[in-house]
Design a protein. Structure first.
Length: 160
């Protein structure tokens, strides 16, 4: 009888506490349940390293804002500047990411995936080493992405 109770307790403990954490879609992250998220398509528009002051993440919704950003990021040391991208329809936005590096002193970021719950865009990224940035001692990566979504907010999630 005692053996049956132990088995029952182990099965109960395993099913209640361990199985939900093994399944990412059902896991509880920071007190929020991950539900009804869909994968969001994106393309990288530009990657650079600049000390220009930006927020950790910015949503750019029109061409005027992207032109102003490119004007501020323009490097006078180069004779040609990068072409300014355009938004093709009202379902696209530009996303500018400039997270603070925590592990790689002279590193870069790599976007793993983007998900949306309809309001918030969850951007999962990781820090990676970048030899070019290390040689030049640059530690301010900026990534500009074109996203096919209209988020109201952005949540950056760093992974190892």
């Amino acid at each position: 009888m005692n053996f049956i109770r132990k088995i029952y307790f182990l099965i109960f403990f395993y099913s209640v506490f361990l199985i939900p954490f093994g399944n990412y879609e059902k896991a509880v992250i920071f007190g929020q349940q991950v539900k009804d998220r869909r994968i969001v398509d994106f393309t990288e528009v530009r990657r650079l390293n600049s000390t220009f002051k930006l927020k950790l993440s910015t949503i750019i919704k029109n061409t005027k804002e992207i032109k102003d950003l490119y004007k501020n990021l323009d490097d006078s040391r180069h004779s040609r500047s990068a072409p300014i991208p355009i938004l093709k329809n009202d379902k696209e936005v530009f996303l500018v990411l400039k997270p603070k590096l925590k592990k790689a002193r002279y590193g870069d970021i790599e976007i793993e995936k983007m998900e949306s719950d309809g309001k918030i865009l969850f951007v999962t990224y990781k820090e990676v080493d970048n030899q070019e940035y290390a040689d030049k001692k640059q530690s301010n990566p900026i990534v500009i992405l074109k996203v096919i979504d209209k988020p109201k907010g952005i949540k950056l999630i760093q992974i190892e």
